[in-house]
Write a protein that binds this ligand. Structure first.
Ligand code: HEM
Length: 432
């Protein structure tokens, strides 16, 4: 059995290398060789070469059309002709078959009742409207004292240590605790759902994903849905005033959202609410270490932090790509596409488009008029953007305040291997 899977993986690797070799020849040296260390280290170089060759480039190895030009990326995210609802297109049949074969009934049921992230209008607008009530600017700003307290508590725990892990000790727990509080989830479940959401992401955009990763991801998905089902059912009689309570009330009022959509919404908020902000804090801090003069400027004037965060988002975005489908046979940017054609809108590539930002390869916290789509664009634009901005701003302020001197222990930490999410699993710092 082991020999078989070894043979299978070496066969797949050989096939991968052949396709990459062929693409390199066919596209004049331009190829999305995502298994290469060079790509994991610096994917922007590849996206820049793709954009220069063709701003919409078909990559055989991913079976996706990659969009790396800002103008097209924004248009695709905004234009109704590009859809997010993969249930409607031929690609869904394979997913349904896979899930049935693997006996993943719960995942299949959720696939048929997706979260708003995977819904087109009118269902998207119906659910988004409900969720937006929980994310008004006034409410998010009112969370500041609580966010400060969470950060202080996290840093109190490492007070006597001269080294700590920015990811495990602050960047991971902070957004997870905040979103759990907003949703009204019990504190004692934190470790449990953090572990599940990490496992869940093993199946999303992973580079070199193994069979075990896929299994873990499916198990975690089921565990999370079962978890939310239990919580929601147990609270039906007294919904309360937190986010889940409000969703329960909306469901009971009738036609606003069904129970399956509620599970999907909770799952989306939990995952989107912390896996991304963790990476923003980690990627941002790492980038500052690589630009020590700007780090010094920031320490001197905290008023620069909000602009620095926008530049961090542009330069090292936590979400690198998102997918859209051609909703019909169409002509776009001078080419014909069939209904269901999948496009990878490269957030990372668009942010480095020289037509959008001058000197895009330069990290510059003083940059005016930063153009990025790191929170998306158009109708699906991130609902949690202001929360992520506040959490990361306060995190940087308190970190700089508490630790007048910080050093990166490993100057070349390993980037996670993923085509969708970019970040570190750990980032060890020395405090003095
Ligand atoms: C730095 C942190 C974050 C980044 C980089 C980020 C990025 C994104 C992106 C790129 C999208 C659009 C995806 C698409 O169009 O396909 C999105 C959507 C979304 N995000 Fe975020 N996000 C962050 C934080 C958060 C937080 C803190 C929450 C909630 C607590 C959140 C909740 C959502 C939701 C619900 C959507 C779906 C909106 C819709 O489909 O209408 N995000 N996010």
């Amino acid at each position: 059995m082991k020999l078989f899977s070894k043979l299978k993986s070496s066969f797949l690797l050989t096939a991968y290398k052949l396709v990459v070799g062929f693409e390199r020849l066919f596209n004049k040296g331009v190829v999305l060789d995502f298994l290469s260390n060079d790509f994991v280290e610096n994917p922007y170089k590849t996206y820049n070469s793709m954009r220069a060759h063709k701003p919409i480039l078909f990559s055989q190895i991913t079976r996706l059309h990659w969009v790396t030009k800002m103008e097209y990326a924004q248009e695709m995210l905004r234009d109704k002709r590009f859809s997010v609802d993969d249930r409607k297109y031929p690609i869904a049949e394979r997913r349904r078959k896979e899930l049935k074969k693997a006996g993943r009934e719960i995942v299949l049921e959720q696939f048929e009742n997706p979260s708003m992230l995977k819904l087109d209008p009118p269902d998207h607008s119906r659910i988004r409207k409900l969720v937006q009530y929980g994310f008004t600017n006034r409410y998010i700003t009112s969370l500041e004292p609580e966010i400060k307290k969470v950060i202080e508590d996290c840093l109190d725990k490492i007070h006597n240590q001269d080294t700590f892990d920015l990811i495990d000790d602050l960047a991971k727990p902070l957004p997870a605790i905040v979103i759990a509080k907003m949703m009204g989830l019990p504190d004692q479940d934190l470790d449990k759902f953090q572990a599940w959401s990490e496992d869940l992401l093993l199946g999303v955009g992973g580079i070199g994903t193994t069979k075990e990763d896929i299994k873990k991801s499916g198990d975690a998905y089921e565990a999370l849905i079962t978890y939310f089902e239990k919580i929601i059912l147990s609270r039906k009689d007294s919904p309360g005033d937190d986010f889940i309570g409000k969703l329960i009330q909306a469901e009971e009022e009738g036609d606003k959202l069904n129970i399956k959509e509620m599970y999907g919404t909770c799952l989306l908020l939990l995952i989107a609410g912390h896996e991304t902000t963790t990476r923003l804090i980690g990627n941002g801090m790492f980038t500052l270490f690589k630009h020590p003069e700007q780090f010094d400027e920031l320490r001197k004037d905290y008023g620069l932090i909000p602009n620095a965060i926008e530049e961090m988002l542009r330069y090292e975005p936590p979400v690198h790509a998102t997918v859209r489908f051609a909703s019909d046979d169409m002509s776009y940017a001078g080419k014909e596409y069939k209904r269901g054609t999948p496009f990878a809108v490269s957030i990372a590539g668009a942010n480095r488009d020289p037509e959008a930002n001058t000197n895009p390869e330069e990290f510059n916290i003083f940059r005016d008029d930063i153009k990025h789509i790191s929170f998306g664009y158009g109708p699906h634009m991130c609902i949690g953007a202001s929360l992520a901005r506040i959490e990361s701003r306060i995190a940087f302020e308190i970190l700089f305040e508490r630790f007048p001197k910080l050093e990166l222990l490993d100057v070349n930490p390993q980037w996670g291997k993923n085509l969708i999410f970019r970040g570190f699993n750990d980032l060890k710092l020395k405090a003095s």
